[in-house]
Design a protein. Structure first.
Length: 321
């Protein structure tokens, strides 16, 4: 639906993704996770199949072994499922790994477009990525597209690269990956985790650790936050990124802050999305915008288009995807 909406607008130019291989993924994620996702479907089918999809039956929780020493990393597919996954909404299916790899390639190609001189590039990533942590997948996410791209941009430029997450759900994976790093400031606007998935991350007192102390900023939002209230928080977020000295921004663009989204409770409008895009672009920094969530299906295409039109207007550039 997003692609169709952008294709119908002559302002957008499409670019096919390049294959970037596994190395940028392994720079951010545990190689064991990558190996597992590459082989898990076939291994599970050989052991237990045929099945339509696969979710773990047991999740590892450290409390299971309290007082009994460290856990042993499992080696059988049934046990490994709950070692690498943290929740039940993210089944593996036939083609999951190929789709996740392709989504990373879309994100990295958008990053490469900005390195080549584009002021703004948008990566239409599916599946999304911001819930995937260094050694865990979940929340519909397998590889963290935004984190992989931010790390790639840091390594390519030697510059500080911020991640701005505007999805309704907190980007717990992105925060965890960069929590002890100063070169990737992480700023998130999201539903208050006291009521919103993933519940266990995204509180204001989570500000980083070690070299990354002070580089994480969480801005939890009240239910029914409207355009003006959201833009006030976003202005604070953009000011924080500007003050950090970042030279590029990777935006985790979630559209589930929409007032009709069926699984969220904020109240942004299409006009609000356009204003948000313009505000983020007003930072003057190059933007790599990567698609995350959004579940009001009929409005999804127009909402994405409006956010991107706003960003292009705010930056004074033509649009590309």
């Amino acid at each position: 639906m997003i692609r169709a909406a952008l294709a119908a607008d002559a302002e957008f130019e499409f670019v096919a993704p390049d294959d970037h291989g596994r190395s940028p993924i392994e720079a951010v994620h545990d190689r064991g996770l990558v190996d597992f996702l590459e082989s898990a479907w076939l291994r599970f089918q050989e052991a237990f199949g045929p099945t339509r999809d696969v979710v773990p039956d047991v999740f590892f929780n450290p409390a299971l072994r309290t007082g009994m020493g460290d856990a042993r990393r499992p080696t059988t597919i049934g046990a490994e499922m709950g070692w690498w996954c943290f929740e039940t909404t993210t089944p593996l299916t036939h083609g999951t790994y190929d789709a996740a790899r392709s989504s990373v390639d879309v994100a990295l190609t958008a990053g490469a477009q900005v390195l080549a001189g584009e002021r703004i590039a948008y990566g239409l990533c599916r599946p999304p990525g911001h819930h995937a942590a260094r050694s865990l997948y979940g929340g519909y996410c397998f590889f963290n597209n935004a984190a992989i791209t931010a790390d790639y941009l840091v390594r390519e430029t030697g510059s500080k690269v911020a991640v701005l997450d505007v999805d309704y759900h907190h980007g717990n994976g992105t925060q965890q990956i960069f929590y002890d790093r100063a070169d990737v400031p992480f700023v998130s606007l999201h539903g208050d985790p006291r009521r919103a998935y993933p519940y266990h991350a995204g509180y204001p007192d989570e500000t980083g650790t070690g070299a990354g102390l002070g580089a994480t900023l969480n801005l939890p939002l009240a239910a029914r936050t409207d355009d003006d209230q959201y833009l006030a928080a976003l202005e604070h977020a953009v000011a924080s990124i500007t003050a950090s000295g970042a030279e590029m921004v990777v935006v985790s663009l979630g559209l589930d802050t929409f007032h009709l989204d069926p699984i969220s409770d904020l109240a942004l409008t299409a006009d609000g999305f356009e204003r948000c895009g313009a505000l983020v672009a007003s930072s003057g920094l190059p933007l790599v915008i990567l698609q995350e969530g959004g579940y009001a299906a009929e409005a999804l295409g127009d909402n994405a288009r409006r956010w991107l039109i706003g960003a292009a207007s705010g930056a004074g550039v033509a649009t590309s995807a």
